[in-house]
Design a protein around this ligand. Structure first.
Ligand SMILES: [Zn+2]
Length: 273
């Protein structure tokens, strides 16, 4: 079974606009494999043999909480179709500026949604601000899974100090037991060799989403090869990569004995699916 812990698709009404906006932001560095719609995502999953994908929406404004939660529930309840109900594990999203952030996190947990996605660049906050730490304490207490962008971002190359390995370590030291997925192999891209390894003893998971231009980044390959099996989760950031390429990459750099855990077993245990 293959579980992708990091994917995106958008409501049909905004997919085209969202994708073209992001393509412009990456200035041609990334060329998407899909068109950003749910149906296209599910087609790509089926073709590549991906069974389940975590949908990772990002609230770029506090007011987007409701519409994102509603879509998450629509996935779960089958309103977006039987395929989506079966193949998508929806996450929700809150914005750190939201004055009701605690109540909203409680609502997410009450509804049975399994986790929340953060992207500090799109949400303009640092993981180690006091308000962020308070928020992560609530998330830890509720048992929700955090899926968080980590390290630099092709669209925001001028920013730093928001969600690198150092900041993630800061969160984990303050919120032990938090279920935290650090995307992009812990944000090691363009970081000093070994910096992500500071996360090894604080229980963080890393996902394997590496973007096209980065397939052969030495540090990403080193983390993928050397991290303990139980801490690595297959993730793609679809639609920004083609599934077969992402699958091949992980298969190539991980021992075949680890494949079951990395491609699905670890994620199933973490997500309870
Ligand atoms: Zn992503």
């Amino acid at each position: 079974m293959i579980v992708d812990v990091h994917s995106h698709d958008f409501p049909d009404s905004i997919a085209r606009r969202a994708m073209s906006g992001m393509c412009r932001m990456t200035e041609g560095v990334l060329w998407p494999a899909g068109d950003g719609t749910l149906a296209n995502h599910l087609d790509h999953m089926e073709l590549a043999g991906v069974d389940v994908a975590v949908n990772c929406p990002i609230a770029t404004k506090p007011g987007q909480f409701d519409v994102i939660l509603r879509r998450a529930l629509a996935f779960r309840d089958g309103e977006l179709g039987e395929r989506a109900r079966r193949m998508i594990v929806p996450f929700a999203s809150v914005h750190p500026d939201d004055p009701d952030v605690t109540a909203h996190l409680e609502r997410i947990a009450e509804k049975g949604i399994k986790g929340v996605k953060f992207h500090p660049y799109y949400q303009n906050f640092s993981l180690v601000e006091p308000r962020s730490i308070r928020m992560f304490e609530v998330i830890a207490a509720l048992g929700l899974v955090v899926q968080c962008h980590a390290g630099g971002d092709v669209s925001w190359s001028d920013l730093d100090g928001m969600c690198g390995p150092r900041e993630i370590e800061g969160v984990m030291r303050r919120c032990p037991g938090l279920k935290f997925i650090a995307a992009h192999l812990g944000g090691c891209f363009r970081r000093p060799r070994g910096e992500t390894d500071r996360l090894l003893d604080c229980g963080v998971y890393v996902d394997t989403s590496a973007l096209h231009a980065r397939w052969f980044c030495d540090e990403e390959m080193r983390v993928l090869r050397s991290w303990p099996t139980e801490r690595i989760l297959f993730g793609t950031d679809f639609p920004w990569v083609h599934y077969p390429e992402a699958i091949d990459w992980v298969r190539t750099f991980r021992d075949p004995r680890d494949h079951d855990a990395v491609f699905g077993g670890n994620a199933r245990r973490l997500l309870g699916i």
